[in-house]
Ligand binder design. Structure first.
Ligand code: ATP
Length: 202
């Protein structure tokens, strides 16, 4: 899945609307220490549904909202929009008639996150599954954090397998299997309850 554009507004140090066009080929982000290079990568993970504040180097998810400086007031919300290229028609049904569309995540203080795909309200899970089915996502090994290479070299075989599974495009299937197992467990619990009730009645 190709990303065309990343737009940030109020996300961490990007207090003003910022539009990053991602052209074909390799994109490098360079700049002095502390200018926001890692924040850009975090914005990408965040809009893809990252829900661990620690992965955003924060204590709570609201820490991604611009916190203010001596010259600028803090903001009440942050928004990131990612335009994805859909010419290979990887989007889920309902969004698949367009060559590109936006995925948007917005967080408002005390109100949590809201997601949209092509302007329609969706759940976090819908966004996460969309990227998992396209073999990418917030946890994709294609997004390489500082220090991640040495972590991978020292990783346990189980963690290395996750990378191969993602490359094979099956991480979305694992998520669906997990959800199916939860539903199955729920159904089994309900059946046990029905049996108990029938026993009491007979
Ligand atoms: P380095 O090259 O040192 O790794 P970098 O270019 O990757 O740096 P980042 O780590 O992306 O820089 O950005 C750090 C900057 O973002 C710091 O100045 C920090 O104060 C600022 N920052 C982080 N969160 C917020 C926030 N919620 N509000 C305002 N500024 C923030």
């Amino acid at each position: 899945m190709r990303f065309d554009r990343l737009r940030l507004n109020g996300f961490k140090s990007f207090v003003d609307p910022t539009d990053l066009v991602i052209r074909e080929g390799l994109t490098g982000v360079v700049g002095p220490n502390g200018c926001g290079k890692s924040n850009l990568l975090e914005a990408l993970r965040w809009v893809m549904g990252e829900n661990r504040p620690t992965a955003m180097r924060g204590e709570g998810m609201e820490d991604v909202i611009f916190a203010g400086t001596s010259r600028r007031n803090a903001k009440s919300h942050a928004e990131v929009a990612l335009t994805v290229d859909n010419r290979d028609r990887l989007a889920p049904a309902g969004f698949n008639d367009q060559d590109n569309f936006d995925i948007t995540r917005r967080i408002t203080r005390d109100a949590g996150s809201a997601y949209k795909i092509a302007g329609k309200d969706v759940r976090a899970r819908d966004v996460q599954m969309l990227f998992a089915d396209a073999s990418t996502g917030a946890h994709s090994p294609a997004l390489v954090r500082q220090g991640q290479i040495s972590e991978l070299i020292n990783a346990k075989p189980k963690n290395r397998r996750r990378i191969l599974e993602e490359a094979a495009g099956i991480s979305g299937l694992y998520q669906r299997r997990h959800e199916a197992e939860l539903k199955l467990n729920g159904a089994e619990t309900n059946l046990t309850r029905v049996d108990d009730t029938l026993d009491q009645l007979s």
